[in-house]
Design a protein around this ligand. Structure first.
Ligand code: ASP
Ligand code: MG
Length: 405
């Protein structure tokens, strides 16, 4: 008898009918003789609706109260799903994050799981119960409710799978797996049968949206076998594992993209040993995530610095930089909005030179200017104008032969 963790996202539990469909899917797994832990998201768009309500009351609500509010979404789903299973004669019990022993660091809105006390879950499982756990939430050592960041239910599921040493973690969602690129925008997109943890980590971090990046991190660190699959169609999904076993011959496995990128430029920065650390420490202290960084020195002995951030953060980033101008010591600030990041990912890049060159060539031949570049062993990202994003994605998808045949 095995232990399976199943996770169902918002769309998959978006209505009573869909919750009944999920109950059937859970039932099927138990009928194979498995113990099952189910992690669910809030129904449909209800987290967004809660965010909307908060915004109607305050433009900057307290992060603690936001967590208090948003954590209610998942609590609705766990109770309803448990009732649906009970109705079918199955023994199910629902648990909030704190009841399930999910302990996080004391950060509101984007907390990391630090530990899971599994005793309660384990005793329910050994009594043959199906345990349903609210995704996306945890509790601090001091008893404060926290959330794990948008999309964080995936992380709850994988972390539980790791802590409970589950045989497998199935992420049920509204798509049939991980695609070479977003099939909503590129019709040639093809489902991948398998990807490696590292490739998936890059894809998730680059905005592919199918999996919460921290979930992939957990899966990699604890070697959790993950599968992303559809809750509506009973077909094989995408398996995420140590080494991609199929389609290895492809150097590039996927094209990820993300809009709403802003490039901030700091001109005339005093070129001292500590100026970069001061700037980025200041931004980090204000929870502003910086992505690509470019620095150049001028003949005048000063430095110019550009970095990219999510557009949501740009007003805050500018005000942080402006408020700290005396300490940071620069001449001028500049920002460019309406940018996008397009990335190609594939573990085969490590051993194949010329991949970045080919990417730049494809963009050049499509008249797409590149504003920033960053690379890792298995990805190349470019920042370009948002209006060129889909054109770039389609051209790259084609040039790297990612579509059907
Ligand atoms: N309900 C949360 C969200 O919408 C968490 C999740 O769905 O994973 O972001
Ligand atoms: Mg999700």
């Amino acid at each position: 008898m095995g232990l399976i963790v199943q996770k169902f996202g918002g769309t998959s539990v978006g209505s009573v009918e869909r919750i009944l469909n999920v109950a059937a899917c859970v039932k099927e797994e138990t009928e194979k003789g498995n113990n099952v832990v189910v992690v669910v998201s809030a129904m449909g768009k209800s987290t967004d609706q809660l965010v909307g309500l908060a915004k109607e009351i305050s433009s900057q609500p307290s992060k603690r109260e936001m967590d208090m509010l948003l954590s209610t979404g998942e609590q609705v789903t766990i109770a309803l799903l448990s009732m649906a299973l009970n109705q079918q004669g199955l023994d199910a019990v629902s648990y909030t994050g704190w009841q399930a022993g999910i302990v996080t660091e004391p950060i509101h809105g984007n907390a990391r799981i630090t530990k899971i006390n599994t005793e309660a879950l384990q005793s329910q499982l050994s009594n043959g119960k199906i345990v349903i756990v609210a995704g996306f939430q945890g509790i601090t050592e001091d008893g404060e409710i926290t959330t794990l960041g948008r999309g964080g239910s995936d992380t709850t599921a994988v972390a539980l799978a790791a802590a409970l040493k589950a045989d497998k973690c199935d992420i049920y969602t509204d798509v049939t797996g991980v695609f070479t690129t977003d099939p909503r925008y590129v019709k040639e997109a093809r489902k991948l049968l398998s990807v490696s943890y590292d490739e998936m980590l890059e894809l998730a971090n680059l905005g592919a949206g199918v999996l919460h990046p921290r979930a992939v991190e957990f899966a990699k660190n604890y070697q959790v076998r993950l599968e992303v699959r559809s809750s509506m169609e009973k077909i094989a999904g995408t398996v995420i594992e140590g080494e991609a076993t199929m389609e290895q011959n492809l150097v590039v496995r996927g094209v990820a993209f993300e809009d709403e990128i802003t490039k901030v430029t700091v001109l005339g920065l005093t070129n001292s040993l500590t100026s970069l650390s001061t700037i980025f420490t200041t931004l980090a202290q204000n929870q502003i995530n910086v992505d690509i960084i470019i620095q150049s020195t001028t003949e005048a002995g000063t430095a110019n610095l550009s970095f990219s951030i999510h557009t949501d953060n740009w007003l805050e980033a500018l005000s942080v930089l402006e408020n700290n101008k005396p300490v940071l010591g620069y001449e001028q600030l500049d920002a460019e909005n309406k940018l996008a990041k397009v990335s190609i990912v594939g573990s085969g890049m490590i051993s194949n030179p010329g991949v970045a060159a080919k990417m730049f060539e494809v963009l050049a031949s499509n008249n797409i200017p590149i504003k920033m570049v960053s690379t890792s062993e298995i990805k190349v990202s470019v920042v370009i104008e948002e209006k060129n994003m889909l054109k770039a994605v389609e051209a790259l998808h084609k040039a790297f032969e990612l579509g059907d045949n």
